[in-house]
Write a protein that binds this ligand. Structure first.
Ligand code: GAR
Length: 177
């Protein structure tokens, strides 16, 4: 799994005993790394600043994942774009979870943008990753209502509750392929 933040989606996969064999992050302080360590899963940090460019960083990260036998890469709150050299190493085997009804509201500020747009409905999407920003074929999607008085925090919590159900379900199906 690739993570940058809290790691609640990582936790959902761990809690369902899915075979998480390695967790990598672009951020050394990510809470997600603590969750992985607590579960005894190998972790590594690949900070952009330590490499000449993104492609070099992504190649090092792909090498590390491959060495650990990774066959499916799950982006769970991983907030960097992956370069073509990385995606070529795991063809049709990189998935992402995103807090909107994609293709609506891609990007890093989906929650705030949905509230600003005044949408009545948001959602959670799990999709295959391609070279675009939160693009690629949708594998699963579920609607989440936006309620009066919602803040970014309350809406994101409601969406995450759905993500924690949807992502493990899709990952389980992909592992059984
Ligand atoms: C999740 O809500 C995920 O959908 C979102 O980041 C959060 C990570 O939470 N991802 C994106 O916005 C990707 N564009 P977590 O670290 O607690 O799993």
């Amino acid at each position: 799994m690739l993570v940058s933040g809290e790691g609640t989606n990582l936790q959902a996969l761990l809690d369902e005993a899915l075979p998480v064999v390695a967790v990598a992050s672009n951020k050394p302080g990510a809470r997600a790394l603590e969750r992985a360590r607590a579960a005894g899963v190998p972790t590594a940090v690949f900070e952009l600043a330590d490499y000449p460019d993104r492609a070099a960083r992504d190649t090092a990260m792909a090498d590390w994942l491959e060495e650990r036998g990774v066959r499916l890469v799950v982006l769970a709150g991983y907030m960097h774009l992956l370069t073509p050299p990385f995606l070529a190493r795991f063809p049709d085997a990189v998935v992402n979870v995103h807090p909107s009804l994609l293709p609506a509201f891609p990007g890093a500020h989906a929650i705030e943008e949905q509230l600003a747009a005044g949408v009545a409905e948001s959602g959670a999407t799990v999709h295959l990753v391609d070279e675009g920003i939160d693009s690629g074929p949708v594998l699963a999607q579920e609607r989440v209502p936006v309620l009066p008085g919602d803040t970014a925090e309350t809406l994101h919590e409601r969406i995450k509750a759905v993500e924690h159900r949807l992502l493990p379900k899709v990952v389980r199906e992909l592992c059984a392929r």
